[in-house]
Design a protein around this ligand. Structure first.
Ligand code: ZN
Length: 91
């Protein structure tokens, strides 16, 4: 049975696996914002896929939240004003 003459050093052995983790994946460009993109996936930056808006992005959600907060604040102000106006009248 053939047997290796010398032990392979750790360095020589591990060099064999050094490039194993590298996989060049195909990527395209977002049609909306030209951001590099994995194929068949919606753009995380603008939420578009094949030219259509398919999901809300982080920014969209933040804007929506801000709008809701603003609306709630306005409602609170109105109710406080109403309470303030009725207060002095009642006394
Ligand atoms: Zn995009």
């Amino acid at each position: 049975m053939p047997v290796p003459k010398r032990k392979r050093s750790r360095s020589r052995r591990d060099k064999r696996f050094a490039n194993k983790g590298f996989v060049i994946k195909a990527f395209t460009e977002c049609r909306n914002c030209q951001e590099p993109l994995m194929t068949h996936q919606a753009c995380a930056k603008c939420g578009f896929y094949k030219g259509n808006k398919v999901m809300d992005t982080k920014i969209d959600r933040a804007l929506k939240r801000a709008e809701v907060r603003k609306a709630k604040g306005a409602q609170k102000q109105i109710s406080q004003q109403a309470a303030g106006q009725s207060g002095p009248e009642s006394t």
